[in-house]
Design a protein around this ligand. Structure first.
Ligand SMILES: O=P(O)(O)OC[C@H]1O[C@H](OP(=O)(O)OP(=O)(O)O)[C@H](O)[C@@H]1O
Length: 238
C-alpha cells in the first residue's frame, strides 16, 4: 500500500470514530474495539494515528456499526407541515465524507470529469463527492454573478411556486464532452435536476449519473427511465 493510501485509510478511521462518537460512548467504543478509552480518545483528537495494521483491524470492527442511511434519517427533522430541515445532515462533515466515499464507489466506473450541483444546499455534497473522485465541482446559481461573460441558463417553474426560476452557470464551468455527475441534497419534483440536465445539453457535456441524499416519491425512477442513466438516492421518502 502506498504511503498516501495508508494515510487516507487512517484518516478514514478517524472520521468513522468521530461519527460513531456522536452515537456511542467511549465506553461502548472501547468494548467494540477492545482498546482503552485513552487510546481511542487520542485517535479522535488526532494526537496520534494508529498503525496501518491496527487501522485495518479497527475498520473491520467498526464499519458494521456505521449505517449511513440511519445516520441521515436520524438527523432529518420534520416540522408540523411535513417539511424537513436537512442542515443537520449537510453540515456534518464527518458524515458527508463517509457518504461521499459511498457515492464515489457507486460512480467509480463512470469516468466522471466534473460534479455539477445547484446552489445552495447541493454544494456541501457536491464538494465532498468531487474531492473523493478527485475532480472539480461546479454549481448553478439563481443569480448572475458579475464578472462572468457567458452563462448557460435554464428557466423552469419549481413545483408549487407558481413563478419562474432561472439557474445560471458560467460557460467555462462545463466543457464539451465532459462526463458529468449531478448531485443534490434533495430531489422532490425533479425540476431543478432537469434544469441541470438541460445545462449539460447546452454544454454538449454528458450526464453519466445522478445522486441525491434524499429523494421524495418515485421521481428518481422517472428520471432514470427518461434519461437512461443511473439515478440513485441514499434514502427515499414517500
Ligand atoms: O426536485 P425539486 O422540486 O426541484 O427540488 C429540489 C431542490 O430544492 C432545493 O433547493 P432550493 O431550490 O430550495 O434552493 P436552496 O438549495 O438554496 O435551498 C434542493 O436543494 C434542490 O436543489
Amino acid at each position: 500500500m502506498s504511503q498516501l493510501k495508508s494515510v487516507q485509510e487512517k484518516l478514514r478511521l478517524v472520521r468513522i470514530l468521530r461519527l460513531l462518537k456522536k452515537t456511542y460512548t467511549y465506553e461502548e467504543l472501547s468494548k467494540i474495539t477492545g482498546l482503552p478509552i485513552t487510546v481511542l480518545n487520542r485517535y479522535v483528537r488526532g494526537k496520534v494515528l494508529p498503525s496501518a495494521e491496527r487501522t485495518r483491524e479497527l475498520l473491520k470492527l467498526l464499519l458494521p456499526y456505521v449505517n449511513i442511511e440511519e445516520e441521515v434519517k436520524k438527523r432529518i427533522k420534520f416540522d408540523e407541515y411535513g417539511f424537513f430541515d436537512n442542515i443537520p445532515v449537510i453540515s456534518d462533515t464527518a458524515l458527508m465524507s463517509i457518504i461521499a466515499e459511498d457515492v464515489a464507489s457507486r460512480f467509480m466506473d463512470k469516468n466522471v470529469d466534473k460534479v455539477l450541483t445547484a446552489a445552495t444546499d447541493g454544494i456541501p455534497l457536491g464538494v465532498h463527492v468531487a474531492r473523493e473522485l478527485n475532480v472539480d465541482v461546479v454549481y448553478a446559481k439563481k443569480k448572475k454573478e458579475v464578472g462572468v461573460e457567458k452563462f448557460y441558463e435554464v428557466s423552469y417553474v419549481p413545483s408549487a411556486s407558481g413563478s419562474v426560476t432561472t439557474l445560471y452557470l458560467p460557460q467555462w464551468a462545463l466543457k464539451k464532452g465532459e462526463n458529468v455527475l449531478i448531485v443534490d441534497d434533495v430531489i422532490r419534483s425533479g425540476e431543478t435536476q432537469k434544469a441541470l440536465l438541460e445545462m449539460c445539453k447546452q454544454a454538449v457535456a454528458k450526464p453519466v449519473g445522478m445522486f441525491f441524499l434524499i429523494s421524495v416519491g418515485d421521481v428518481i425512477d422517472k428520471l432514470k427511465e427518461e434519461y437512461n442513466i443511473p439515478v440513485e438516492s441514499l434514502i427515499r421518502l414517500e
